[in-house]
Design a binder for this molecule. Structure first.
Ligand code: AMP
Ligand code: ZN
Length: 116
């Protein structure tokens, strides 16, 4: 598994930084976002370090499918049948942590407003 020394999500994967973990699979971890933008705001992070989802898809396409399955599992376990997933790619799109992650958001009053 590839890791990057100064990557905050690699440190969470390694247990070097604490996180509120809601679920795990063989190759991903789900934990609460430190700065939640909705009542339910979880990050699903493949354990293997790649810079963004496209890089993960190129290296291991099925890993993204498994990340979506984990997102669905933790959302539903928390009582959220309906949720929104966001994947930022590149600083210009708001990506600040350059280790692939899926935001899973639910429970906000504005959640039904269309962004796309
Ligand atoms: P992005 O802007 O898409 O790269 O999302 C990165 C997310 O990681 C932000 O929503 C941050 O609040 C979150 N984040 C950064 N550091 C941590 C941490 N140590 N634990 C949990 N979430 C974090
Ligand atoms: Zn990393």
């Amino acid at each position: 598994m590839s890791t990057v020394a100064d990557c905050v999500f690699c440190k969470i994967v390694a247990g070097e930084i604490p996180a509120e973990v809601l679920g795990r699979s063989d190759d991903a971890i789900a934990f609460r976002d430190l700065n939640p933008q909705a009542p339910f705001h979880v990050l699903v992070v493949p354990l293997d370090h790649h810079e963004n989802a496209a890089e993960s898809a190129a290296a291991d396409p099925a890993s993204l499918g498994r990340a979506v399955a984990l997102a669905d599992q933790v959302a539903k376990e928390a009582g959220n049948a309906d949720y929104r997933m966001i994947v930022n790619t590149g600083a210009g799109a708001g990506q600040t942590v350059f280790h692939t992650h899926v935001h899973v958001l639910a429970g906000a009053s504005g959640m039904t407003e269309a962004l796309v």
